[in-house]
Design a protein around this ligand. Structure first.
Ligand SMILES: C[S@@+](CC[C@H](N)C(=O)[O-])C[C@H]1O[C@@H](n2cnc3c(N)ncnc32)[C@H](O)[C@@H]1O
Length: 268
């Protein structure tokens, strides 16, 4: 999944092939016009006021795509809250050069307000907002599958309850193979999951947990991430795992249609 998303040449995001909006692969809040940017400009201006109208209020955005949200928000702040606009500094964390070039074009008129960072690790502590829209579900996940409850002799070595679904080659075809979990971080995480019936599948987003951890470096910052949630991911932890069925929530679509194989046109 990591390769399909981030391979420098073929990755869906890293190659710049991902198109959002009316002629793209899907819609987000920015696709329908500048309203979302306007609404959040009002929200951010209020946060700035509550922080005592500080001289330097930093907004960090991650997953800024072509810079549309930053443009809509900055235009609105300049017009409606000039004091806030003066105090405002914008930081875009962008590791893909092709997207950074698109953002530079979209945001040319705000060049003196914006700085880029290639990674969240190089971001200095700041006071303000750490913003993202539709970022967490763009990150690669680990697919896991329950072995189910296996009756064992009391002396048998206990088996872990979960296997990981890896991708392997079968001739010229990619296939899933269930293997013991190799990543120690994932193994730790799985200890918190309840036992499920054999064959139950779900996913673990370690990248999102890592990201949340790094966001804590904001000194007086407010994390602000918006995300449309799939019906099944809107449940609290205990109810989510109680649900019957248990098919992992990542969906594969090609031109909006479910393909016969998950590996059809990887990275497109
Ligand atoms: C679903 S798009 C959302 C774009 C935009 N925020 C919007 O709402 O229209 C996900 C964005 O996150 C970026 N992205 C994906 N994985 C990322 C990661 N691990 N770190 C930072 N950005 C990532 C992609 O390049 C893409 O621009």
């Amino acid at each position: 999944m990591q390769q399909a998303l981030y391979h420098p040449e073929h990755g869906y995001y890293s190659s710049g092939r991902c198109e959002i909006g009316r002629r793209g692969d899907y819609f987000t809040n920015m696709s329908v016009g500048p309203l979302f940017g306007k609404l959040l400009a009002a929200q951010f201006a209020e946060m700035w006021e509550r922080l005592g109208k500080i001289d330097k209020f930093v907004i960090v955005e991650q997953g800024a795509h072509h810079g549309e949200f930053a443009r809509d928000m900055l235009e609105s702040a300049r017009k409606l809250w000039p004091g806030f606009f003066t105090a405002l500094r914008y930081r875009i964390v962008e590791s893909f050069p092709v997207l950074r070039d698109r953002q530079l074009q979209t945001l040319a008129e705000f060049a003196d307000k914006i700085e880029w960072r290639t990674s969240i690790d190089t971001l200095e502590p700041f006071t303000g907002v750490h913003f993202s829209n539709e970022l967490l579900d763009a990150m690669p996940v680990h697919l896991i599958c329950s072995r189910g409850h296996v009756a064992r002799a009391p002396t048998a070595v206990p088996q872990p309850d979960w296997l990981e679904k890896f991708v392997a080659l079968n001739g010229n075809d990619f296939v899933f193979v269930d293997q013991p979990v190799a990543d120690p971080k994932l193994r730790d995480r799985l200890q918190n999951l309840p036992q499920r019936l054999g064959g139950y599948q779900t996913e673990v987003n370690l990248a999102a947990l890592d990201w949340i951890d790094k966001c804590r470096r904001a000194r007086r910052g407010v994390p602000f991430t918006s995300q449309r949630l799939h019906r099944s991911t809107s449940f609290p932890h205990r109810n989510y795992f109680r649900m019957a069925g248990g098919a992992a929530t990542p969906l594969v679509r090609v031109d909006g249609i479910k393909p016969s194989s998950s590996y059809c046109r990887c990275g497109s």
